[in-house]
Design a protein around this ligand. Structure first.
Ligand SMILES: Nc1nc2c(ncn2[C@@H]2O[C@H](COP(=O)(O)OP(=O)(O)OP(=O)(O)O)[C@@H](O)[C@H]2O)c(=O)[nH]1
Ligand SMILES: [Mg+2]
Length: 327
């Protein structure tokens, strides 16, 4: 079945894509088998993360960027992770794209994904989704995510280029920007430029950026935009493209690609370890171990070692030596 879907995708039939994404999101082995086939031909798409506080206008911005990229004949896919936080009352991204009548455009694909509470953070499920979109031939993949900084979730682990969206009225200008948020930005986008105070945020951020040391020779641009009116959208697109060119002209592209691979591999290991740990943790074995520790028949350290032993065996795909002995 996964093979059929891959074939379908190869023929350019995009109907396979939502189904493959669902399989991958559910950690279905058929989805993973399809990815196994598709992975060698991925790595071409430019992955752009759009992150920022709830209600800062990320979805509005993404919709405007999609329109701009389509004018440049780019095929664009959008992955919205944990879209539309209840706090902001922001519209679901799909609605915004539909409002722009892009739903009938085969050059645009939009998908929402819930990542919250998933083991291993943003990677690896989101990374797998990105690979599928890449394999489907989308040249730009926009990933919208609320930058909470919790759960080790970082879009910087996924994207070649990260745009951090800021808005006026968050309090004391630059001071209000969450620590760690600014640093991951390859470009800083001040949205809602039509609102009072926005130009002041641009000015302060520029001062801030100028004071920072840029080790890779990239000068982080600060771009003001009004996503609703479209004012400044071209500047954002140009900054994204300039960063793309910069990465390609330097070691940046390879560095970012390796960084994403590390996050995906380690996230995957953590996810699998967690899953197996839960299996062991809910088994009768654990009850026996707990009883032994409680009765002082065995020490907690011995129980820990016994559990780790079982996990290690499980990860190694069973115990080949033991199997041989038994077989
Ligand atoms: N004045 C003004 N309002 C804007 C602008 N861009 C977006 N908004 C409004 O801000 C609100 C939130 O916009 P969204 O695009 O949903 O924001 P978001 O960051 O995607 O929100 P979440 O996904 O819920 O975190 C909406 O009411 C938008 O209309 C802008 O440039 N100017
Ligand atoms: Mg949104």
């Amino acid at each position: 079945m996964a093979g059929d879907l891959v074939e379908q995708l190869d023929r350019g039939d995009q109907r396979a894509l939502p189904r493959l994404l669902t399989l991958v999101e559910n950690d279905d082995p058929r989805g993973l088998a399809a990815l196994e086939q598709l992975y060698p031909r991925t790595g071409r798409a430019h992955v752009v993360g759009i992150t920022g506080p709830p209600g800062s206008g990320k979805s509005t911005l993404v919709a405007a960027l999609v329109a701009g990229l389509r004018k440049r004949s780019e095929r664009v896919a959008v992955l919205a992770i944990d879209p539309s936080s209840p706090v902001s009352g922001g519209a679901v991204l799909g609605d915004r794209i539909r409002m722009m009548e892009r739903h009938a455009d085969p050059g645009v694909f939009v998908r929402s994904m819930a990542a919250r509470g998933r083991l291993g953070g943003l990677a690896p499920t989101a990374a797998r989704a990105v690979h599928l979109l890449d394999a489907a031939g989308y040249s730009t993949i926009l990933v919208e995510t609320v930058g909470t900084g919790q759960d080790g979730i970082s879009v910087a682990d996924l994207a070649h280029t990260v745009a951090v969206v800021q808005v006026p009225g968050l309090g004391d200008g630059v001071q209000s920007i969450k620590a760690g948020q600014l640093e991951i930005g390859d470009l800083l986008v001040v949205n809602k430029l039509d609102l009072p105070g926005a130009r002041e945020v641009v000015r302060l951020l520029r001062l801030d950026v100028a004071a920072q040391h840029q080790p890779d020779g990239w000068d982080t641009p600060v771009v003001g935009v009004s996503a609703t009116s479209g004012d400044g959208i071209e500047d954002v697109l140009e900054a994204i493209e300039a960063h793309h060119r910069h990465l390609k002209a330097t070691a940046g592209w390879g560095d970012r690609t390796r960084r994403a691979a590390v996050a995906e591999i380690l996230g995957g290991v953590r996810q699998e370890l967690d899953r197996r740990f839960r299996e062991v943790g809910s088994s009768d074995d654990l009850g026996t171990l707990v009883a032994d520790v409680a009765n002082r028949r065995s020490s907690p350290e011995m129980a820990i070692a016994a559990l780790l032993d079982r996990l290690g065996g499980a990860l190694g795909g069973g115990d080949p030596v033991g199997d041989q002995r038994r077989g």
